[in-house]
Design a protein around this ligand. Structure first.
Ligand code: APR
Length: 268
C-alpha cells in the first residue's frame, strides 16, 4: 500500500475544529472543481496562466457595446482556442467530485451552515448543497442589468443580440460576474452576514486573490473565527489559517468527513 499522501495532522485538527464549531461556513474556489476537470484560473494549468488574465474593465467593455460583446461571446463559445470555449467545454462536461460531496455531507451533518463559492459551475448545487451563495454568479443563468431578474439560460432563446429583458427592456448578460462589475447587492450582503456569523471558516481551493471574497477569511479571523485552509499549495491566505490541510480537496475533505464520523460525539 503506497504511503498515504494525507496531511493526517491537518485532517485531524480540521475535523476537531469543525466538530467544535457552532456555525461553520465554507469559502470555495476554482481548485475545488479542478478534480471535476475544470481548469483553475491561476497556477500551472490555469486559464489566465494560459491565455492571460482578463482586464479589470470587462464589465465596462460589455456595457459600452453589449451587441459587439454578445456577438463575440456567441462566437467564442463555439470556437476552440479561447478561455470562454475551454471553460464552457469543461463545465458542460463536469460532474461534482468527492470534494463537492464532502461539502454537502458537512452541510447535511449540520456542521456547515453555508457555502460561499466563487465558482460559477453549479457543482455545489448538483452535489446536494442547499445553502450556497454564488458570489460570482452561476453560468447556467442570465441576468438583466436593468431590473436584476435572473433566468435559466436554457429557458431563454437568444434571437437578437444583445438579448433584452421581456419585463423591463434592460440588457441581459450572463449571470457570471465580470471583472469591474458590482456583485449583486443581495448576494454580497448575504455573504457578509455569513462572515459575521461564522466561528469557523473552511477555505477550499482558492488562491485568495480576488476581492471581496479574499477579505472574508481575514474579516472572520479578526472577529475571532478559526480558519482552516485546504489546498495543495500555499496561498495568500495560508498565513491567516489556524489549520492548513495540504492536499487536493477531494481527498482531504473526504478524509475530514471520515475523521468526523469516527469521532464518538459527532453527527454525520
Ligand atoms: N484541490 C484544492 N485546491 C486546488 C486543487 C485541488 N485539487 N488544485 C488547485 N488548487 C488550488 C490552487 O493551489 C490555487 O490556490 O486552487 C486555487 C485556485 O486559485 P485560482 O485559480 O486563483 O481560483 P480562485 O481563487 O477561485 O479565483 C478567484 O478569480 O478570475 C477570478 O472569477 C474568477 O472566481 C475566480 C476568482
Amino acid at each position: 500500500m503506497p504511503e498515504s499522501h494525507y496531511d493526517t495532522d491537518g485532517i485531524t485538527a480540521a475535523a476537531a475544529m469543525l466538530s467544535a464549531a457552532g456555525y461553520a461556513v465554507a469559502l470555495t474556489g476554482a481548485g475545488l472543481s479542478v478534480e471535476s476537470g475544470i481548469p483553475s484560473f491561476r497556477g500551472p494549468n490555469g486559464l489566465w496562466t494560459r491565455y492571460g488574465p482578463p482586464g479589470n474593465l470587462s464589465y465596462r467593455v460589455f456595457t459600452r457595446d453589449p451587441q459587439d460583446w454578445w456577438e463575440r461571446r456567441l462566437r467564442d463559445e463555439i470556437t476552440p482556442g479561447n478561455p470562454t470555449y475551454d471553460l464552457k467545454d469543461a463545465v458542460d462536461n463536469a460532474a461534482p467530485n468527492p470534494g463537492h460531496r464532502a461539502i454537502a455531507d458537512l452541510e447535511r451533518a449540520g456542521i456547515l451552515k453555508a457555502t460561499i463559492t466563487q465558482n460559477v459551475d453549479d457543482l455545489h448545487g448538483r452535489a446536494g448543497s442547499r445553502s450556497v451563495l454564488e458570489i460570482h454568479g452561476n453560468r447556467n443563468y442570465l441576468r438583466c442589468i436593468g431590473c436584476g431578474r435572473r433566468r435559466p439560460r436554457a429557458e431563454f432563446v437568444i434571437t437578437d443580440v444583445p438579448p433584452v429583458c421581456p419585463q423591463c427592456g434592460g440588457v441581459i448578460k450572463p449571470d457570471t460576474v465580470m471583472f469591474g462589475e458590482p456583485i449583486p447587492r443581495a448576494t454580497l450582503d448575504a455573504c457578509f452576514a455569513e462572515v459575521q456569523r461564522c466561528d469557523v471558516m473552511l477555505l477550499v481551493g482558492t488562491s485568495g486573490t480576488v476581492n471581496p471574497a479574499a477579505q472574508f477569511p481575514l474579516l472572520a479571523r479578526e472577529r475571532g473565527a478559526k480558519i482552516i485552509e485546504v489546498n495543495p499549495a500555499p496561498t495568500h491566505l495560508t498565513d491567516a489559517a489556524h489549520v492548513v490541510v495540504t492536499g487536493a480537496a477531494g481527498e482531504m475533505l473526504s478524509q475530514i468527513v471520515a475523521s468526523l464520523r469516527r469521532r464518538p460525539d459527532d453527527a454525520g
